[in-house]
Design a protein around this ligand. Sequence first.
Ligand SMILES: Cc1cc2nc3c(=O)[nH]c(=O)nc-3n(C[C@H](O)[C@H](O)[C@H](O)COP(=O)(O)OP(=O)(O)OC[C@H]3O[C@@H](n4cnc5c(N)ncnc54)[C@H](O)[C@@H]3O)c2cc1C
Length: 331
Amino acid sequence: MLYDAIIVGLGAVGSATAYQLSTTSKKVLGIDQFQPPHTLGSSHGDTRITRQAIGEGKHYVPLVLRSHQIWRELESKANTELFQACGGLIFGTNLNNAPVHGSPSFLEVTVAAAKEFGIEHQVLDCQEMQKRYPQFHYQGTEIGYFEPGAGFLKPEKCIETQLKLAKENGVELQLNQKVVSIEPNSNNDGVVVKTNTDTWETESVIIAAGAWVSEFLPESYKKFFKAYRQIMLWFEQELPYETVSPEHCPIYIRLGETAEELFYGFPGIDGEHCGIKIGIEQFCDACTVDTIDRNVSADEIEQCFKQISKHLKIKNNCIKSAACLYTVTPD
Ligand SMILES: Cc1cc2nc3c(=O)[nH]c(=O)nc-3n(C[C@H](O)[C@H](O)[C@H](O)COP(=O)(O)OP(=O)(O)OC[C@H]3O[C@@H](n4cnc5c(N)ncnc54)[C@H](O)[C@@H]3O)c2cc1C
């Protein structure tokens, strides 16, 4: 058998898998159809939120706490910055908030998880938030959860760093090769992985293909994985840049009474002319990697501005936009 493991897809998940396997004695090959990091999957857009107390479910907490250790290990190994703990604010009115990522009591579960795992946090009333976070417009009834250990990752740099370290540790990488089939070998004791140009044999395969995962699934499983186009927008800030910089502005999730009202955002990270990034979510119109509209229309930008500027101090000037894919299962 040539390899112990072949990783199909080297985005956020595959690059982390490649790095972790590279610290073992396994013989590993990583394959990607493009040259990660790229902008065609789910891992682009400059920043990703990372939190410690997970409102989607307390069972995720040990995983994220470990991931924060790993980011710091990677930073010191690669002498780079991947994770900035600028703090995180989750807030909404104290009316009924819509479920977030399947969690009906997102804010309550977040607070309960923080308490259970001893994660440093503060529960804030509206007055306190107004004092500390002038970046937002408040209605007066908001409540918030602040976590100093939350922050953002730079996903493209995370991928690049993990692939670089994996390669240095001996993982082989084949880029710009598309895996076209994964089949048992003739003895039924291994797997044959074919790309558009090569064939390899391996003990095991790890599929980290993101929104392309359905290409590898039997028909009966495909229905469990749905891809949804999501948009990210970089608006000009209304306040002086310093006020929205990571030293003064946390990452935030502003809950809404409907899922569509939720938005999240980041401090400005690239200087005063680059805007502040916000994102909204939708789970109504499924798409595929082939049908996704990668452009963000002027209409979408206008609608977003209308919705978000009620809560966030931004100017009606969208500097940059991008579309990305969430791959979602029913649970
Ligand atoms: C707009 C947006 C905002 C998000 N915000 C957050 C956030 O704040 N915090 C958070 O934790 N998560 C967030 N996520 C989710 C997170 O970014 C994704 O879960 C993660 O990036 C998924 O990584 P992946 O490796 O599964 O997919 P991808 O990065 O898309 O990687 C899949 C890879 O597989 C390769 N591939 C596919 N098929 C083949 C094939 N046949 N042969 C070879 N290669 C193949 C692709 O080329 C690709 O490189 C967000 C996602 C989006 C879209």
